[in-house]
Write a protein of this length. Structure first.
Length: 295
């Protein structure tokens, strides 16, 4: 029984991540809600990870593969259709990448993300857990979570640029120091949106951050899952009746704990690899998983 009790918070977090992935796979009625022209105007509502990627691609006219995947799937989930995505990326890559090079090296990958090429898988946008714990950025990369992958000086400068008051910057940096990356992001949202502390659930997905910032009705997934786990506990033979979910009453840091990435906070130092375009026989399916060199 004690083991079951310890597993409930972990199972609840896993179920929430699965539910969020299903909600933000881009297959719902959001497709086509925004156009390529809308992206710049909407960037003020992006979470810090996506605002960073938007700023880099706008200034550099390029993102490496990890950044294109993280940002492109996020844009897909907020309503950017395949046609508008192709238009957006072609525009933002100019003048560095001409139309011919874009069609040859990038268009296939974008269509792939929308399930129109390769295995025709409808890829979901990345959750916070996936961004924090997988595919850590290397030299020249801009994907990842700023709260996990920026060093303290870069994060402090980024927070100051976002007009975060100095006391709150120190508060966020302390959360990051203790590896509470999602709690730090949630606190960032509260401060920048002038929301009283503790009034919103732990942010577990960049797209849920965007939805909240846009004033959309918060997802019911968390509440529904809490109800399901309460029901399961109350009807478990031999278990004492419980009137609350295992996550209710827990601090946000505790809820985030299963996804706290180990290791020091700071940029990932990796030896820069030679970059070569994939050959014709290299699978773009593998490229989506990061197994093919970026270009």
């Amino acid at each position: 029984m004690e083991e079951d009790e310890r597993l409930l918070p972990i199972l609840s977090n896993v179920a929430r991540q699965h539910s969020l992935a299903a909600e933000y796979d881009g297959s719902g009625n959001k497709a086509g809600d925004i156009s390529a022209d809308d992206v710049d105007k909407l960037a003020q509502h992006f979470p810090l990870c996506m605002r960073h990627l938007h700023a880099r691609v706008t200034e550099d006219h390029h993102l490496k593969h990890g950044g294109r995947m993280q940002y492109g799937l996020f844009l897909k989930a907020i309503g950017l259709s395949l046609e508008e995505a192709l238009l957006y990326w072609k525009r933002v890559f100019q003048p560095r990448i001409n139309d011919e090079k874009f069609a040859k090296n990038y268009a296939y990958n974008i269509r792939h993300n929308y399930g129109q090429e390769g295995k025709r898988t409808n890829y979901s946008s990345y959750s916070c857990a996936k961004i924090i714990t997988t595919n850590h950025p290397g030299q020249g990369d801009h994907h990842g979570c700023p709260f996990r992958h920026f060093n303290a000086d870069n994060l402090r400068a980024t927070l100051r640029a976002s007009q975060v008051p100095e006391p709150n910057i120190q508060e966020v940096l302390e959360l990051v120091k203790n590896q509470h990356y999602q709690v730090a992001c949630t606190r960032y949202y509260e401060v920048t949106h002038k929301v009283p502390q503790g009034q919103i659930d732990l942010i577990q997905h960049p797209n849920s951050y965007f939805d909240m910032s846009m004033g959309k009705t918060p997802t019911q997934n968390a509440k529904e899952l809490d109800q399901k786990y309460t029901f399961a506990k109350e009807n478990d033979t031999g278990a004492a009746a419980a009137s609350a979910s295992p996550l209710k009453g827990k601090p946000a840091a505790a809820a985030a704990a299963p996804f706290a990435a180990p290791g020091p906070v700071g940029p990932t130092k990796e030896k820069e690899k030679e970059v070569k375009p994939p050959t014709e026989d290299q699978s773009f399916d593998a490229m989506l998983e990061g197994d093919v060199p970026d270009f």
